[in-house]
Write a protein that binds this ligand. Sequence first.
Ligand code: NAD
Length: 508
Amino acid sequence: MTTQPAVRADQAPTVKMLLDGAFIESHTTEWHDVVNPATQEVLAQVPYSTDDEINAAVASAKKAFKTWKNTPLAARARIMLKLQALVREHMSRIARTLSAEQGKTLADAEGDIFRGLEVVEHACSIGSLQMGEFAENVAGGVDTYTIHQPIGVCAGITPFNFPAMIPLWMFPMAIVCGNTFVLKPSEQDPLTPMLLAELALQAGIPPGVLNIIHGGKRSVDALCTHPDIVAVSFVGSTHVGNHVHALASQHGKRVQCMMGAKNHAVVMPDANKEQSINALVGSTFGAAGQRCMATAVTVLVGDAQKWIPEFVSKAKTLKVSAGMEKGADLGPVVSKNAKHRILGLLEEGIKAGAKLELDGRNIKVAGYEKGNFVGPTIFSGVTPDMTIYKTEIFGPVMVIMGVNTLDEAIALTNSNPFGNGTAIFTQSGAAARKFQNEIDVGQVGINVPIPVPVPFFSFTGSRASKLGDLGPYGKQAVQFYTQTKTVTSRWFDDSSVSGAVNTTISLK
Ligand code: NAD
């Protein structure tokens, strides 16, 4: 395969693939525009990699695994130390690209990178993370120990909403555990992952250890069915995650799927009013609601139901503009399709009888008339049967529901189809403790609206938010990317005389 010119005549720059340590032009005929959602400027064109290119990426990773798996732990850790330094150094440059292709504000783009950087920092501790266990004298003269070995070629499939953080959830942990990796980033914002890949090579990741292909369903299905891929990590919608889990599992792969959400925040009447309203307006409308951990449903308990006017007036203070603009609190949603879908759901909410307290449908943003903007929107009087309650809107929409007791709030949250994140706002330790004990959701915040854990803890989920036993964070990530081998050993002294033949299973 040869490298082609970077820019095709009269067209936007093309996004390269990373194959065998080189940035390569695709030979495909299928391309997708990478569009700035605030301006509609076509920033680049991303290829849908051909089957040959996908196979070449997997073959390169398979070849590189033979040597990479035996690279000393300290050498792997040193590469991660270098990578974290490079990501830190290039943070503002990456953030500008991220904001341009995804739409989020510059400050939030830096947050996206920073939360990924924390995973790279965590990967630097691989020496202790990958340690096994040892027990001496499990039987006379017999010792047993476990080793955690890399598993082979792993694949990652990522969504559009965190183009830095989620690729960084995956390839650093996979690689530092001794595996090689093929990443398929979202076709909507592939420029940020490619910048990270450049830094990964600069940090010393050898050819073939990290490969990047592009595309949509065909590329994803090719990875899920490829005989040389042993594990698939997916983050994205529930619909696609269910498909990936079924297909990759049928093909014998280890699979983890982190999927959609409808996060409930429960506000008790004793909560600090100003802090709770600030927190929830931020977590609902930040990133234009396009976070898997965004607050989607605000459940007001008892007298807290009187706070709706304050939620509305606080939401009205937010500045909607292009992510690059100073002072912007939220940017556009990622695509025209996404905006169309969100507006359709808002119409359904109105038709179903929910009360539109704040209408963001017709927002105009001066200087960005073509942008995919949706202003902060608030519905109250929402009931569990309404589509705006049951469906992940993934836009800047606050769905407010009222209940009388904490028990009702817990029952409501636990009966929602999703179980990704939740939060309670209260001054009562007893209420918070009851909530953390009885709620069936992966991440729980107590006066913390977006409880995304730091990477040495687990990131999990319930019901339609997660498939697969092992999550992408903490000890679970190391378990996901390694195979435990248990060794039972006996060493005889040269002088020892073997006993009689042992025909039992006992360690005699
Ligand atoms: P998506 O499911 O549309 O896309 C995810 C990936 O799958 C992309 O790489 C895409 O190219 C690919 N894909 C799309 N359609 C496919 C198909 N039919 N078959 C195979 N592959 C396909 O998700 P998105 O819109 O990019 O991201 C938003 C979703 O991700 C939301 O539902 C959000 O809640 C979820 N998300 C979850 C978490 C989590 O940790 N639980 C984190 C971030 C995002």
